[in-house]
Design a binder for this molecule. Structure first.
Ligand code: PGA
Length: 251
């Protein structure tokens, strides 16, 4: 079964001390103590995963990891395998974030391999795609998304095992976002592609990411085919992150 809407995930990236992480997790766990209608998740740096699980306690807040290797084990110094992350408490793993694609030269094939590894380990693969600013300016957004979706999402994907995040590279950490019409067009296009390829394509969760914050969450989260958000900077503060989640409730 696909995750309950809205799906709001916080990608901490390479931020936060253990003390920061504990305060954030405990605050979110307290807010979620009486249950969650949707899905709220935190994706801390991997070294914090076991402790984050303890800080979240028995709350329904989902714990995830930011990346994994495509192999289940082996001689890959410094890398982390999906089964290790799952053992450390991760229920979902982000793969193909643009910062991995850009700074670690990850191709669609690499990302697909990582997604397969995450799914094989029992985690949900959160697969990120998105056009660069040059592609956006050239009007090539949908072409780029079509290629990345086809290349990065494995054939065995289902709505229960894969979440797709549309994150325009130029909107990440910049305070800029596409227009509502542009987000709607991109998500509608992704939905069409998923429906054409997968029997349960209509149920896949499609997240928007890139400068989502408390002040714009309400309008973005209620656009057609936007099932939630992948949030970076604004996920590092509990009240603001919770406000984004609440903005997605009700429809
Ligand atoms: P941002 O990052 O919310 O800080 O723009 C989003 C992301 O990279 O997932």
């Amino acid at each position: 079964m696909a995750l309950a809407r809205p799906v709001v995930f916080g990608n901490w990236k390479m931020n936060g001390s253990a003390a920061d992480g504990e305060a954030l997790c405990r605050a979110l766990a307290a807010k979620a103590a009486s249950g969650l209608e949707g899905t709220l998740g935190v994706f801390p740096p991997a070294v914090l995963l076991p402790r984050a699980g303890a800080w979240l306690d028995a709350s329904p807040v989902l714990l995830g990891a930011q990346d994994c290797h495509g192999e289940a084990k082996g001689a890959f110094t410094g890398d982390l395998a999906a089964p290790m992350l799952v053992e450390a408490g991760a229920k979902a793993i982000i793969v193909g974030h643009s910062e991995r694609r850009q700074y670690h030269d990850e191709s669609d094939a690499t990302v697909r391999g990582k997604a397969e590894a995450a799914i094989a380990a029992g985690a949900i693969a959160v697969i990120c795609i998105g056009e660069t600013e040059a592609e956006y300016v050239a009007g090539e957004t949908l072409q780029r998304l079509e290629a990345q979706l086809a290349g990065s999402v494995p054939d065995l994907a289902t709505a229960a095992t894969v979440v797709v995040a549309y994150e325009p590279v130029w909107a990440i950490g910049t305070g800029r976002t596409p227009t509502n019409a542009e987000i709607t067009a991109a998500h509608g296009f992704l939905r069409e592609q998923l429906v054409a390829r997968f029997a349960d394509g209509a149920d896949f969760r499609l997240l928007y990411g890139g400068s989502v914050k408390a002040s714009n969450a309400q309008e973005i989260l209620h656009l057609a085919n936007v099932d939630g958000a992948l949030v970076g900077g604004a996920s590092l503060e509990a009240d603001g992150f919770w406000t984004i989640y609440e903005a997605g409730l009700g429809g």
